[in-house]
Design a protein around this ligand. Structure first.
Ligand code: NTF
Length: 812
């Protein structure tokens, strides 16, 4: 028999093996077979949905072959495994990603052309898996893809939320939230694993049993696993995303049912399922305290048990744990992993407490994603003690041990009636990382100052990255084709190869091609906005895009203030040769974040007034696209000219949108914040519109009395823009609709919108001038692409593998 992919092939499974090597073979036949035998339709009656399910199954089969092979190799090699624990995985659509990585695009397109079906529409039919809020969740998704591309044996662990991030629409300019329902449609990509089920307890008592303790919870739910294979570039490797779903231990109260109390009979099941019901739509504050803490413990405890079960199947010495297992905590959400792992090792396996802590610390590491004080998790001792009584005691002992080891220590994880999860994560991790150079330095100087003094080698930096497969190859086929034509296709998993584009900038044909790709992407976007949103914009105009969660620190209100000032200036002087602009916004506000929702409404109100103004409308349009998500980002980023990265310096930990824009040839207007600093260093300061105060200047400016009032008094444009809002220019029927915003900006203005306004205006006019010279602009844009290679998440993951996980790659 032949040997393919390390497996001996018999005549019977020969077709499967051939398909593993050449996935395009027989694709059309497989789609039709799946349509008939899995979907149960014939081609005459199949809907778009049916075709998508059939195609997805045909693609999935091709992944499964690689998936098995990857798992087998990992066992054969006794390789170290990486476990990425994250409350959020913002993966978006999976079909196109899989098709891209398996290189099935042409075969799939051809198959559907032959079948007479609109292939693009089939791909678009897939709902986004929106199991995340924003940057933190999307980073986790890019990391999964890079881990598979690199061939690092890894699992993502998270929660299978029944409802992902809410759907956003606008009513009268206001954000309206509706539940997201991705699981109402058959989710093709997952495999249910009823055999991987763990009982997770809450509450109850702790009984002392000699030196150990026994925790006897009073409440319990089952965690059931669902696996999604994540295939890397060229299908060389596939890892697993394992998501936990909650279900009741005793699903159904038959006695109550027979008495006719149907609601009470179903209650236990409903209550248990609540744990995996919804993703918290907030990435900066902690609502629904108890349920949130339950979610955190639920998925962390299930994941740890699963990890130890797998470890036990291979090794019989638990002391090998740090050598064979690396567990990354994505922010503090899974921080309970520290005490829980100690509990499993000490209480359940009988290791000495100090050794249990040492083993856990050797296995765990922690990534911090924000320094915003309201986002740093703290749990009241009352709540945690009630839900996790044993863990409370263990945290106290962890504190005591750490204090013994470090007598000069000041703070502790348990202090002032609260448990500080950042502190706990730091103490229980062998490495702690920030997500950009600036953020990591600020971690050392602020939140973790004391702990950093005690453990100067623990904090390291791993600047974020994005996967080039999704964020260039697949979302921007025109630019990718141009790049591949110029330098071959090695860039796809070696993004620094993009540097080889630079010499091509003297080639008029290449530069022309670059401009043409951007232009065509903009035409596509304009057509889509005209059809789907009834918005007419001129593709010749500069597309100026700000897409991200709505937050005061991200300063969408600075952007809209500038739009108002610009509108006023154009009205006063319509013939001054304005560079036409379309300002595009997208993003959701946390439902309880009243100020952010006001900002959304203001932008919509301004858009209505400005777009209806015949004097200014050839020069300025304002657009807020509803329901921003991963798929919308994939549509907008390739068409952007200008990328708005305008957070108050020191507040944005990294940003990853900023990288996606630069990679796709947009110029950044931005502050020295997060990864903007590193982007500017790499693309060159002449190809980046810098403005605003530095993080140090921000801190000092806040100490100046009436800083906002002074900035307003010194800048007539700002004053007039604020005045227009205050006088109801955008809300004529309700003049003080935006009183909170104008009062805040003229008063405390914590995020220093007013103080940065004048310099922002200056940088924007510089951008206008640069855009007017279209040849020079294209050159700058192309340099952004050519110099963005370092921002691949492959580079980031290699950094984690080398400096944090001590893990290797098994890619052939
Ligand atoms: C986010 N943090 C940061 O705000 C972004 O700057 C960063 O790029 C991403 O993490 C990824 O590192 C969060 O979403 C959270 F939840 F921590 F606030």
């Amino acid at each position: 028999p032949d040997k393919v992919c390390g497996i001996y092939v018999t005549a019977n499974n020969r077709n499967i093996m051939l398909r593993a090597q050449m996935p395009h073979i027989g694709l059309r036949e497989d789609i039709l077979r799946q349509l008939a035998y899995v979907v149960g339709k014939d081609p005459e009656h199949a809907t778009l949905y049916d075709w998508r399910i059939a195609l997805s199954h045909a693609v999935r089969e091709r992944i499964v072959d690689r998936w098995f092979a990857s798992t087998r190799r990992t066992y054969e090699e006794g390789a170290k495994r990486v476990y990425y624990l994250s409350m959020e995985f913002l993966i978006g659509r999976l079909l196109e990603d899989a098709i891209t990585n398996l290189r099935l695009d042409e075969a799939a397109e051809l198959a559907f052309r032959e079948l007479g079906i609109d292939y693009a529409a089939v791909l678009l039919d897939e709902p986004d898996a929106a199991l995340g809020n924003g940057g933190l969740g999307r980073l986790a998704a890019c990391f999964l893809e890079s881990l598979s591309t690199i061939g690092c044996p890894a699992y993502g662990y998270g929660i299978r939320y029944e409802h992902g991030l809410f759907r956003q629409s606008f009513e009268d300019g206001r954000q309206v939230e509706a539940p997201e329902t991705w699981l109402l449609q058959h989710h093709v990509w997952e495999f249910e694993r009823p055999e991987a089920m763990f009982q997770i307890g809450f509450g109850g008592e702790v009984r002392e049993a000699g030196a150990r303790a026994v925790w006897e919870p009073t409440e319990a739910v089952f965690a059931e696993a669902y696996d999604t294979p994540i295939v890397g570039w060229q299908g060389r490797w596939a890892n697993t995303l394992r998501l936990w779903s909650a279900r009741a231990v005793d699903p159904f109260d038959l006695e109550r049912f027979n008495l006719g109390d149907y609601v009470a009979a179903a209650a236990p099941e409903a209550l248990a399922r609540t744990i995996s019901r919804v993703l918290y739509p907030d990435d900066t504050t902690e609502p629904g305290k108890e349920l949130r803490l339950k979610q955190e413990f639920f998925f962390t405890a299930a994941s740890l048990r699963d990890i130890l079960r797998r470890f036990d199947s291979e090794y019989d010495d638990i002391r090998k744990l740090p050598a064979k297992v690396a567990i990354q905590l994505n922010d503090t959400h899974p921080a309970i992993a520290g005490p829980e792992l100690v509990r499993l090792l000490h209480d359940e396996r009988g290791l000495e407490f100090d050794e249990a802590v040492a083993l856990a610390r050797g296995t765990l590491s922690y990534t911090n994603h924000t320094l915003l004080p309201e986002a740093l998790e703290k749990w009241s001792e009352g709540l945690m003690g009630r839900l996790l009584p044993r863990h409370m005691t263990l945290i106290e002992r962890i504190d005591a041990l750490h204090a013994r080891e470090n007598p000069t220590r000041k703070a502790a994880a348990r202090a002032n009636g609260q448990v500080n999860m950042g502190e706990l994560s730091f103490v229980m991790a062998h490495k702690v990382n920030g997500v950009s150079a600036l953020h990591t330095e600020l971690m050392k100087a602020t939140v973790f100052e004391d702990l950093h003094q005690l453990h100067p080698d623990r904090i390291v930096n791993q600047t974020n990255g994005v996967t080039p497969r999704r964020w260039l190859l697949s979302c921007n086929p025109r630019l990718s084709a141009l790049v591949t034509e110029a330098i071959g296709e090695d860039w796809v998993d070696d993004l620094e190869q993009l540097a080889r584009l630079e010499p091509r900038l003297s080639d008029a044909g290449f530069v022309e091609g670059f401009a043409a790709a951007k232009r065509a992407n903009k035409v596509d976007l304009s057509n889509w906005m005209a059809q789907g949103h009834d918005l007419l914009v001129d593709p010749e105009a500069m597309f100026d895009v700000q897409i991200k969660r709505i937050h005061e620190y991200k300063r969408q209100h600075l952007n809209i203030l500038e739009a108002i000032a610009l509108w006023q200036e154009i009205r006063a002087n319509p013939d001054a040769g304005w560079a036409p602009r379309v300002k595009i916004f997208g993003g959701k506000a946390a439902p309880g974040y009243v100020f952010a929702k006001k900002i959304i409404r203001l932008i919509n109100d301004v858009a209505r007034v400005v777009n209806a103004d015949p004097v200014t409308s050839p020069h300025l349009k304002v657009v807020f696209l509803p329901n921003y998500n991963v798929s919308l980002a994939e549509r907008l980023i390739p068409a952007a000219d200008l990328s708005e990265q305008i957070s108050t310096a020191g507040k944005e930990a990294s940003g990853t949108g900023n990288m996606k824009f630069a990679l796709n040839g947009a110029l950044t207007i931005g502050t020295l914040d997060g990864a903007n600093v590193e982007i500017r260093e790499r693309v060159g300061e002449e190809n980046f519109f810098l403005f605003g105060m530095t993080a140090d200047e921000v801190v000092n400016r806040r100490d100046i009395a009436n800083h906002a009032a002074k900035a307003i008094a010194a800048d007539t444009r700002l004053e007039l823009a604020l005045k227009a809002i205050r006088e109801g220019a955008f809300s004529p029927k309700e003049r003080d609709r935006y009183r909170d915003i104008t009062d805040n900006l003229a008063g405390p203005d914590y995020f220093l919108v007013c103080s940065d306004f004048a310099d922002y205006w200056r940088a924007q006019r510089e951008a206008d001038a640069a855009y007017r010279d279209s040849a020079a602009w294209t050159r700058k844009a192309a340099l952004n692409t050519a110099r963005s290679g370092w921002f691949s998440s492959d580079r980031t993951i290699r950094g984690y593998m080398g400096e944090i996980w001590n893990a290797g790659s098994l890619n052939p």
